[in-house]
Design a protein around this ligand. Structure first.
Ligand SMILES: O=C(O)CCC(=O)C(=O)O
Ligand SMILES: [Fe+2]
Length: 372
C-alpha cells in the first residue's frame, strides 16, 4: 500500500504492510527487502562468548537523592566506550510494562485498514508506515509507527489522540514514567562530565520527546533482510524496551556487529548524536540495527529524548576552552531534526555533517565564534 507525498522532508511516499506480507506463506522474499550489503554479525561459540553489555543499576548509583562517585565514573566510561548500556532498577513498574505489552500487541494486530488511519500523511514523517524517497529504496523488515509526543501542542491530532483509549492511557503513563527515568539519566550523564544540573535541565526540560514502535515479523530468510537499517539516533538519549522479550538488537563495536542480550525487565539505553555533540565528543553515539529471526515476531518501543525545538544544540559552553575547542557546529534543534528526517537512515552520516573539520578548526575563525 502506498501514497504519494511531497513535503518539507523531500518528495516521498509511504509504504506499510510487511506484516500482511509476512503473514502469508512466502516462498520468495521480494527483491526490495533483500539486503546483500549488510555485514553479518559475529556469533558466539564455545570459548568465545559475546561481550556482556554493561549494566547500570540505578539503585546503587543513586540513593536518597545522592549519587555514588565510583558508580558515576563507571557510567561515564560505559557511555564513552560503549555508548550503550542496560539499566536495571529503573523504577518503571512491571505492571505498567505488562499493560504496555498487551496494548502494543493489540495495536499491531489491528486490521490493516484500521492502522491505515494513522498512515504517514503527505508532508510528514510521523505516523504508521515507512517513508520512501526513491523507487529503488531498500526496505526494512518491520512495520513501525513514529510520532512526536512532546511538546503536547506538536502532537498530530490524527495520531495519538485518535488511538484506542486504553492504548492511549497506557502510553501516557509510560511516557511520563520513562521521562522521569530519562531526566535522571541525563542529569547523571551531565554530572559525570561536570555539566551542572541546571544546564542539563535548561536544555532538556519539556524537551522534544518522540516514540517509535516497531513490529518485526518473523522472516523465512532472516539473514537476507534487516529489521532496521544501521543508524545512530539523532537524540540526547534513547530508551528502548523489548516489549515481548525477543532479542534482535545489534550494535557496532570496534568495527564488528554484535548481537546483544539483555536481562529481563532491563531497558536498553543508548547515547544519541545530540549527546555526542553536547558533550563535545566526551560521549559517543552508537551505531545499531535490528535483526529479525525465523521463529518469532519481535516488538520494540523506543523513546527518544531531545532538547527542546527552540534550543541551540552544540557543545555546551562550560566544556569549551582554548585547549578543548568545539568539535561540532551549532544549530537549532528544530533545523537539526528537519535535516535528520530529510534523508534515510545511514549509519552516523548525519552526525558527521555536524563535525567541524580539522581544516576549519586549524583556520581558527570558526573556533573563536563557537567558544564564547
Ligand atoms: O528495535 C530495536 O531494538 C531498536 C529500535 C531503534 O533503534 C530505533 O527505533 O531507533
Ligand atoms: Fe535507534
Amino acid at each position: 500500500m502506498a501514497s504519494k507525498l511531497t513535503n518539507v522532508f523531500g518528495s516521498t511516499r509511504s509504504v506499510l504492510g510487511v506484516m500482511d506480507m509476512a503473514n502469508k506463506p512466502l516462498k520468495v522474499i521480494p527483491e526490495n527487502y533483500i539486503r546483500p550489503e549488510m555485514e553479518p554479525s559475529i556469533q558466539s561459540d564455545i570459548g568465545n562468548p559475546l561481550p556482556a553489555i554493561p549494566i547500570v543499576d540505578l539503585k546503587s548509583l543513586v540513593s536518597d537523592g545522592q549519587f555514588k562517585r565510583t558508580e558515576l565514573e563507571k557510567l561515564y566510561s560505559t557511555c564513552k566506550d560503549w555508548g550503550f548500556f542496560q539499566v536495571i532498577n529503573h523504577g518503571v513498574s512491571p505492571q505498567l510494562l505488562e499493560k504496555l505489552k498487551l496494548e502494543v500487541e493489540k495495536f499491531f494486530q489491528l486490521p490493516t485498514e484500521e492502522k491505515m488511519k494513522y498512515e504517514i500523511k503527505p508532508g510528514d514523517v510521523q505516523g504508521y508506515g515507512t517513508v520512501i524517497r526513491s523507487e529503488d529504496q531498500k526496505l526494512d523488515w518491520g512495520d513501525r509507527c513514529y510520532m512526536v509526543i512532546n511538546p503536547v501542542h506538536r502532537r498530530k491530532p490524527y495520531l495519538l489522540p485518535k488511538f484506542p483509549p486504553s492504548f492511549r492511557d497506557t502510553l501516557e503513563s509510560y511516557f511520563s514514567e520513562v521521562r522521569k527515568l530519562a531526566m535522571t539519566l541525563l542529569g547523571l550523564l551531565g554530572k559525570a562530565i561536570n555539566m551542572d544540573l541546571k544546564e542539563v535541565e535548561d536544555i532538556f526540560d519539556d524537551g522534544m520527546q518522540s516514540i517509535r514502535m516497531t513490529y518485526y515479523p518473523p522472516c523465512p530468510k532472516p539473514e537476507h533482510v534487516i529489521g532496521l537499517t544501521p543508524h545512530s539516533d539523532a537524540t540526547g538519549i534513547t530508551i528502548v524496551h523489548q516489549v515481548n522479550g525477543v532479542e534482535g538488537l545489534e550494535i557496532k563495536k570496534d568495527g564488528a556487529w554484535i548481537p546483544v542480550t539483555f536481562l529481563p525487565h532491563a531497558f536498553v539505553v543508548n547515547v544519541g548524536d545530540v549527546m555526542e555533540i553536547l558533550s563535545n565528543g566526551a560521549y559517543t553515539s552508537i551505531e545499531h540495527r535490528a535483526a529479525v529471526n525465523k521463529e518469532r515476531e519481535r516488538i520494540s518501543v523506543a523513546m527518544f529524548f531531545n532538547p527542546k525545538f527552540e534550543a541551540e544544540i552544540g557543545p555546551v559552553k562550560s566544556l569549551l576552552s582554548p585547549e578543548t575547542p568545539p568539535l561540532f557546529k551549532r544549530m537549532l534543534m528544530e533545523d537539526y531534526f528537519k535535516d535528520f528526517f530529510s534523508s534515510n537512515l545511514n549509519g552516523k552520516a548525519h552526525l558527521e555533517k555536524m563535525r567541524i573539520q580539522c581544516v576549519e578548526r586549524d583556520r581558527g575563525e570558526k573556533v573563536e565564534t563557537q567558544i564564547q
